[in-house]
Design a protein around this ligand. Structure first.
Ligand SMILES: NC(=O)C1=CN([C@@H]2O[C@H](COP(=O)(O)OP(=O)(O)OC[C@H]3O[C@@H](n4cnc5c(N)ncnc54)[C@H](OP(=O)(O)O)[C@@H]3O)[C@@H](O)[C@H]2O)[C@H](O)CC1
Ligand SMILES: [K+]
Length: 245
């Protein structure tokens, strides 16, 4: 008789985005955790999973973190800060954070976004001297791509609701140019929580071409999209961020 626990361990818990948000809200409501703690643990989980998957990248690779306008982007700013603290060269390219990183370097703090956890982490990145370039600033020549590069997709997560082509276009355009790069360039791609351009509850693409990660690090439990990604050969890691089962 198969050990019941082993069977349980084999079954992967799957939750929908709505269930995820309810679990998160209940934990914050109960005062057992704050959104900022969850975001920090999410970023830590991504970094640990990347180092476990590709230990040779540590101290040897550069990171390009793509941050979107919401909390998925907030996770990205945490990842950027943690990798920089490990000595990585980190470039952040983002959409939706222009007020904090204006081209004229005079930060404006619009009321709209200030106060959220993502805003806090974007400011932490700025306050340690981190810069934030527009998504259109991605290196567009193969020779400008470092020998070892980690691309972090923190554009959209479980909050994506519509085609993401506009957000992904700058990346796919640059990617097309990078693929001409000399052999030996190693580019690894990791998605935070959910690949941008994927509906996490149906697994269906949102737009023409979703981000194509080698690794996805999700939080607390898989979402329905992850089984489909795993079936397609993508490595899925579930990071524990301290939420109750
Ligand atoms: N416990 C947890 O699950 C934790 C999750 N974290 C991270 O938070 C994200 C979810 O963050 P959220 O802000 O809810 O959503 P996203 O960041 O995925 O999306 C942000 C907003 O982007 C807009 N949106 C939606 N689709 C598009 C699109 N195609 N193009 C542009 N913008 C889009 C939308 O806002 P609108 O007002 O424009 O509709 C989204 O709200 C989760 O995935 C985790 O990474 C916590 O950090 C840790 C705990
Ligand atoms: K993502």
């Amino acid at each position: 008789m198969q050990d019941k626990n082993a069977a349980e361990r084999k079954t992967v818990q799957t939750v929908t985005s709505a269930q995820m948000r309810a679990i998160e809200a209940a934990a914050m409501e109960a005062g057992t955790v704050t959104g900022l703690q969850l975001m920090e643990r999410a970023g830590e989980g991504v970094v640990q999973a990347v180092l476990a998957q590709w230990p040779h990248l540590d101290h040897a690779a550069e990171a390009l973190v793509l941050c979107g306008p919401g909390n998925n982007g907030g996770d990205g700013f945490v990842v950027a800060r943690l990798l920089r603290a490990r000595g990585w060269k980190v470039t952040v390219c983002a959409k939706g954070w222009e007020a904090l990183f204006p081209p004229d370097d005079v930060a404006r703090e619009p009321a709209a976004r200030s106060g959220g956890d993502a805003w806090t982490n974007a400011r932490r990145w700025r306050d340690l001297g981190g810069r934030c370039l527009p998504l259109e600033s991605l290196p567009d020549r193969a020779r400008d791509v470092p020998e070892r590069l980690l691309v972090v997709d923190a554009l959209l997560g479980i909050g994506q609701t519509r085609p993401a082509d506009d957000l992904l276009r700058p990346f796919w355009t640059a990617w097309g140019r990078w693929s001409e790069s000399e052999s030996g360039t190693e580019i690894r791609r990791v998605s935070v929580d959910v690949p941008t351009g994927c509906d996490c509850d149906t697994g269906e693409p949102l737009g023409q071409r979703p981000f194509e990660p080698d690794l996805v690090v999700t939080f607390h439990a898989e979402k329905p999209v992850h089984a489909r990604l795993r079936a397609g050969g993508v490595r899925i890691v579930v990071a524990d961020i301290g939420l109750p089962a």
